[in-house]
Design a protein around this ligand. Structure first.
Ligand code: ATP
Ligand code: LTN
Length: 330
């Protein structure tokens, strides 16, 4: 059976971008593939974060996973930090990716650009090594992500090819899977930049009250002209809203465009807002119920066991391949 893996960092409140680009797709795989979905909590430490905030973000993220329809009976949901094989494999794999490669990663360049250059954590720089370990530990073949993570999956492929060339077929070669619509949702206040949870201007957060989500969409920046048309270059604001609508209704951009032919911007935005609110309202209710009942605890305990089993097997295989002595085999 195909193995699918993905994760999200508990760095802040999830945005509509996270939902459309990643979260919403995860559940689509669970009936036909072996799915591993985790909380990338070690990754959340790559930038300063308050411990209590990190804990609460983690609880909320797992509750979002469950509210989105991920079923712990059908897929494995776990915390990265609860499977020590991630850190152990990281200690090995950091020797097979190069500093030149890591310094070319867009996410690193963006996140470090405004930092004091002499105080950039090593973890931020080495982030893609740990991410590659997350993927190969479960022999993942498919990694559903938003567009900004494609470069990291490509780097994982380079690592796998390099490692296997040297040691034989030890690791599984993964491929990324980006959704047809909504792989890069833009900020509503500046549709030229990505909607991101660590940059809250123009974001819709999944926990925002429904009336405020509606208000944000009605206030979204649109473009000159009056036609509702998909044209990322000249109409980035309208195109972003079309993407959001297409994703909510699970239709193609072309279908969304046809639906809105002849609409005025105001009516267009109102329908986009309706589509988002109709989907998010029941989702929020499920989320609150799961968070309050602490249903996430059982799901995580179950997932942790399964994840450890699978990951430890891969770790052993790698340890053996590189020449670390296995005392049980002596
Ligand atoms: P941060 O701002 O802390 O880096 P982020 O919002 O970019 O966070 P991640 O945890 O890096 O979120 O991303 C989780 C998943 O959501 C990834 O698969 C990522 O590609 C996807 N994603 C994030 N932002 C968007 C967006 N604006 N549009 C589509 N997908 C997105
Ligand atoms: N780097 C990703 C989160 C992440 C991930 C992964 C995604 C960590 N490990 C493995 C897919 C597979 C991010 O910043 N969104």
């Amino acid at each position: 059976m195909e193995r699918v893996l993905s994760g999200i960092k508990p760095t802040g409140k999830l945005t509509l971008g996270n939902y459309i680009g990643a979260l919403k797709h995860f559940k689509d795989f669970q009936d036909s593939a072996e799915v591993y979905i985790f909380v990338a909590d070690l990754h959340a430490l790559t930038l300063p974060i308050d411990p209590e905030v990190l804990r609460q973000n983690t609880r909320e993220l797992v509750s979002f996973y469950l509210a989105s329809g991920l079923d712990p009976e059908k897929c494995t949901i776990f915390l990265q930090s609860s499977v020590s094989a991630h850190a152990e494999l990281n200690a090995i794999m950091q020797n097979y990716l190069y500093m030149g490669e890591l310094s070319r990663m867009t996410q690193f360049k963006e996140k470090s650009a405004h930092m004091n250059q002499s105080a950039i954590g090593l973890g931020l720089f080495a982030y893609p090594v740990l991410m590659a370990c997350d993927i190969v530990l479960y022999d993942a073949e498919t990694v559903p992500v938003g567009e900004d993570q494609v470069q990291h999956v490509e780097l994982t492929r380079d690592l796998v090819n390099r490692f296997n060339k040297r040691y034989g077929e030890v690791l599984t070669l993964p491929k990324y899977k980006v959704g047809k619509t909504g792989a890069r949702i833009k900020s509503l206040s500046d549709p030229t930049v990505k909607m991101s949870k660590s940059d809250p201007k123009g974001d819709i957060f999944l926990t925002d009250p429904i009336p405020s989500i509606r208000k944000k969409i009605m206030g979204a920046v649109t473009d000159s002209g009056s036609e509702v048309k998909y044209d990322v270059e000249n109409k980035p604001g309208v195109s972003n809203l079309l993407q959001i609508y297409a994703s909510m209704k699970e239709v193609s951009i072309e279908e969304a465009e046809r639906h809105f032919a002849g609409y005025r911007y105001g009516d267009f935005k109102r329908e986009v807002a309706d589509a988002v609110c109709e989907e998010l309202e029941p989702f929020q209710n499920r989320f609150r119920e799961i968070l309050e009942s602490k249903a996430y605890v059982e799901a995580l305990k179950k997932g942790q066991k399964k994840a450890q089993e699978v990951a430890n097997k891969t770790l052993k295989r790698v340890q053996k391949a590189v020449g670390l002595l296995d005392l049980d085999a002596e």
